[in-house]
Write a protein that binds this ligand. Structure first.
Ligand SMILES: [Zn+2]
Ligand SMILES: [Zn+2]
Length: 179
């Protein structure tokens, strides 16, 4: 989804230099670096907090058409449980793979290109986030969610019911006898 005409921002830590790879197919280099997360990296209910550390580990390989990039980004995640709305924190390893074509190569309209002898990983990261983060994240697989009648958190109160109106004093007594 990288625009072929967009010049990568050389100051961005997600922009990698490719000049030492040359155009000889077969050369490669590895890049390992920690970068601060750009803003807006996430989906509706979960995302990577802006400025949090992302551990990027990628391999750049010179191939005939351009530069093949593959690797991972380890990210912190914060969000909300889609069932009970509690805040949740997690980690994820996002996979990234992309062929960056040399300038002038025939490629599809939405292909990525090497521009100014640089490649920009940020669009890859954004695509990986959309592909790999759950649209309905849960705090745990068996999260019981909220009571549809009153919004009580059913994880805290698994016996919650509206079939009988329980006098709060009896409810308190019942808790005591269960302990
Ligand atoms: Zn939950
Ligand atoms: Zn309820």
């Amino acid at each position: 989804m990288t625009s072929s005409s967009k010049h990568p921002d050389a100051r961005s830590l997600l922009v990698l230099e490719t000049h030492e790879l040359s155009r000889r197919a077969g050369t490669m280099k590895e890049v390992h670096r920690t970068v601060p997360a750009p803003a807006g990296l996430g989906v509706e209910m979960i995302g990577v907090p802006e400025g949090s550390e992302i551990a990027v580990s990628v391999k750049l390989e010179s191939v005939v058409e351009g530069i093949w990039v593959s690797g991972t980004a380890e990210v912190e995640l914060t969000g909300e449980c889609a069932r009970c709305l509690r805040p949740l924190a997690d980690e994820a390893t996002l996979e990234m793979q992309e062929l960056f074509y040399h300038p002038g190569r025939d490629a599809e309209e939405d292909a990525s290109f090497v521009v100014d002898e640089r490649i920009d990983l940020e669009p890859l990261l954004r695509d990986a986030v959309v592909l790999e983060l759950p649209f309905t994240p849960v705090c745990r697989d068996d999260c019981a969610g909220l009571c549809v009648a009153c919004g009580a958190n059913l994880n805290d109160d698994p016996d919650h019911t509206h079939d009988e109106q329980i006098d709060p004093r009896w409810a308190a007594l019942r808790d005591v006898t269960q302990n």
